[in-house]
Design a protein around this ligand. Sequence first.
Ligand code: NDP
Length: 333
Amino acid sequence: AREFHLVARPQGEPAVTDFALVERTLPDPGPGELLIRNLVLSVDPYMRGKMAGVRTYTDPYELNAPMEGGAVGVVEASADPDFPVGTTVLHTAGWRSHALLPAARTRPVNTDGPLGPSVYLGALGMPGLTAYVGLLHKAGLREGDTVFVSGAAGAVGGMVGQLARLHGAGRVVGSAGSPEKVAYLVDELGFDAAFDYRAGPVRKQLAEAAPDGVDVYFDNVGGEHLEAAIWCANDFARFAMCGSISGYNATSAPSAPRNLFQIVTKRLTLRGFIVGDDPELAEGFYRDVAPAVADGRIKVRETVVAGLENTPEAFISMLRGGNVGKMVVRVSD
Ligand code: NDP
């Protein structure tokens, strides 16, 4: 088996030399264990935080040890009768070709449908649940709201915009980092307006895209985006504080937002959340979102990098905006 170890803690943007691919011979599964051949792996922004070596809401990656992350694989050898050879499972032992895990730490997934196993890493996985929980349960979307989402062409953001539309938002606005992504948001995902945050000041572009102000802001980016959303917020607007990717590689403190007093004057609610906080919401998510994905009301887009050995490149590329939709790594067929 081959597995990635973190061998150096990145300073600023991660480098491929921060990772090493290590060979290891795995034993046969012990009682209750499964040997899993990974099909697809996830690379996610939260992994950047785990590389930093300080505990945030999750433990850091240890140096010179196998890295963790979402993955879907197929059981190749089984010592649990409930998980026969050939079962497809979702688990957290990514960044490697094969995983040896207790069956209890995996979840069988259905791959009969037209969508491949990677859908459980994106639209029907952790990012999709994040969008659902943040938009509907933290920001409390109401019919007619103007919703603004940053990072809109990514895994979480694309789901936020589509769920907002399906749940009765009055206007859905997104920002992303290229003209191609802006076109994708409007033409394919049905956003009412979108803008390229690299093309001009966020505040000016947002004010034009949301002329009646913003009622719900789903923040994936932080910094200048958050400052602009506060500027454009209507009184009593609700913010789902999901991520702050503009700062993940930063080596100094951000210079924005500079207008936090407007939280008081506009009586805003900014609510931070972590996707795992509300496990009871997962059932409603699958019930609501799985059929919409299956019948095409929600569109799924992925950027697929081939080959386990390219996982660090895929991760670095995702942080730079190299993905449209969910970034995944195909490890085997
Ligand atoms: P994405 O698929 O959105 O990929 C990351 C994207 O971030 C890139 O494609 C890039 O798109 C954008 N980006 C990178 N740097 C910047 C920057 N400086 N300014 C603006 N955009 C930037 O990732 P996810 O959908 O998986 O995650 C999105 C956000 O959600 C992240 O902040 C993540 O940490 C957060 N998150 C939070 C969770 C929670 O429980 N709270 C759970 C899951 C995710 P572009 O080309 O547009 O720049």
